[in-house]
Write a protein that binds this ligand. Sequence first.
Ligand code: COI
Length: 331
Amino acid sequence: MKIIAYNVRDDEIPFIKAWGEHNEVEVDYSIDTLNSETLKQAQGYDGISCLQTIPYDEELFAEMKKMGITMLSLRNVGLDNVDLVAAKKYGIVVTNVPDYSPASIAEFAVTLALAVNRKVGYMYYQLHELGEFHFSADFMGKLISNQTVGVVGTGRIGKEAIRMFTGLGAKVIAYSKSHLTDSELNFTYVDNLEDVMDQADIIDLHIPGVPENEHLFDEAAFKRMKSSAILINTARGSIVDTTALIAALERGEIAGAGIDTLEDESADLQNSRSTAQVTDHNVLALSKMPNVIVTPHSAFHTDEAVMNMVNISFNNLMQKLIGSEVNNLAK
Ligand code: COI
């Protein structure tokens, strides 16, 4: 049995090697993202592991079938970039890793919320853009324990976010299509997303990038939100209309944002070895705003998460290749 992993970062390599040695499976890796061209590197391998947010399209799955490769095992959770209809059409089994470390993403969302709320961006702007280093009236923040946090989506990650925000003393409200039934957490569900927009000082998104969630946060939403509110997005860029977000920030319709995921993420964003200068006009616009922290889709990135992403993805792959029941089939 031979496995190839695509788009591998240096921090994943020790976990990949350890898994291969432990399971006595030959595992090789490529630093390229996966598409119908780079797929040629997988000739002679039985299965593929990959992690990327750029598309896995029909052409890729058609080529995989031609090469006799029957499985694509993702090392991440999001499936919004996978043409699952095409995968099924060509008989390719796709798995993901839904539970690699929800706390890693939730903790980063809280980090962004605290940093924006306590004006860390303004302090960096003063030091790095103005070359000054002193107190400023602009730096005054607000205690999180005096604020209402609205968590959108109460799946694994949203639940962890609620735990962390309530631990910091915030009042938490949540909107979600499905409700936690066994929760010991101290928060209240609201009936509509609009209730979150009306009431929350910090809105924290933890919903998938499915079509029905596209641009839930648009011009109307930003006009509806409190002008003192902060938006945190570590989920998927497509949930937020980036043009509308930038306009709302410029007009002062909301007070700030922590943005880890943006619409149409580039292949370069996925390239951990890149030294290319940023050209994306949305990233550039957001990076110049002292009330915004923009990060390169890195909320997941902890040692615990990386280990689990590699191990669980490779276990899923091995289950298929040895003919046992496969966990984490993509739905
Ligand atoms: C996911 O797990 O889906 C993430 O958003 C992490 C990212 C590295 C793709």
